[in-house]
Design a protein around this ligand. Structure first.
Ligand SMILES: Nc1ncnc2c1ncn2[C@@H]1O[C@H](COP(=O)(O)OP(=O)(O)OP(=O)(O)O)[C@@H](O)[C@H]1O
Length: 242
């Protein structure tokens, strides 16, 4: 469903060239949650930005549902949902207006958009907030609106960038429940996070990036077998030290 093939991205820097993503390949299927993990500067955000079509790779390619981003960026964008730590709600619009606005940007037809808006808000327990101004909502309520917004065009692939950053325990649980809903809905999900404990609970498979290279990829038991280590934290620490 999501294919990242031999992806490489270089940036010019003062004293030469930095290879931020170096020949990275992985694939994620329907109903699978993939943790893209790595220390600061490993290349996670750059990889996500290329998948989203916001950056061009120097070589390699990404495909969503068999469509190559470089060949048909708009069709690919319409099949991707993106949620990051910042909420990005429009404070002067009601929740309903904002969700319908985003549905329209994705060319979802009006009747379908209205019904998705209701059902997704009910699912995220914010059905009673539809006609409230987004700017008047609490942080947790705005977070839920952002999560619904990511799904309004029913994309098969969801990218979540640090989704639990800055959230309290209830907010984190909301993200966990949301990811469960995505998995059960057959989405292919990429989660970028520094929280290894959360990743271990949430993800079916992992890709461990370090200095642009995908050092390990697989299920937790694959990684344990590959490294001889007992936990994601130990595997991660080894990765950074070696
Ligand atoms: N536009 C740019 N120009 C130059 N270097 C860049 C640019 N964007 C990213 N980089 C560099 O590429 C490398 C990878 O950055 P990236 O943001 O992908 O890392 P990351 O894994 O998301 O890190 P973090 O966990 O800190 O957010 C870093 O060394 C970063 O400084």
């Amino acid at each position: 469903m999501l294919l990242v093939h031999s992806l490489t991205k270089r940036f010019p820097i003062d004293d030469g060239v930095l290879t931020a993503v170096n020949d990275v390949t992985f694939e994620i299927g329907s109903g699978e949650v993939f943790g893209l993990l790595g220390p600061n500067g490993a290349g996670k955000t750059t990889t996500m930005r290329i998948i989203l079509g916001l950056l061009q790779p120097d070589s390699g390619y990404t495909e969503v549902d068999g469509l190559r981003t470089s060949a048909d960026p708009m069709a690919v964008k319409s099949r991707l949902g993106f949620v990051s730590a910042s909420d990005g709600v429009y404070p002067w619009l009601t929740v309903r207006e904002m969700l319908l606005y985003f549905a329209d940007l994705y060319s979802v037809n009006v009747t379908e958009a209205a019904s998705r808006c209701e059902s997704l808000c009910d699912m995220m327990d914010i059905g009673d907030l539809l006609d409230r101004r987004a700017g008047d909502l609490s942080t947790g309520q705005r977070q839920r609106v952002t999560l619904v917004r990511g799904l309004i065009h029913d994309p098969p692939v969801m990218l979540l960038d640090e989704p639990t950053r800055g959230l309290d325990v209830v907010g984190v649980q909301t993200i966990f429940d949301y990811i469960d809903i995505l998995r059960r809905g057959g989405k292919a999900v990429v989660v970028c996070t520094h929280r290894l404990d959360e990743a271990e609970r949430l993800c079916d498979r992992f890709g461990l990036l370090h200095r642009g290279r995908l050092k390990h990829c697989g299920t937790l038991s694959d990684l344990k077998e590959q490294t001889g280590r007992d936990s994601l934290v130990d595997i991660f620490v080894d990765l950074i030290r070696n």
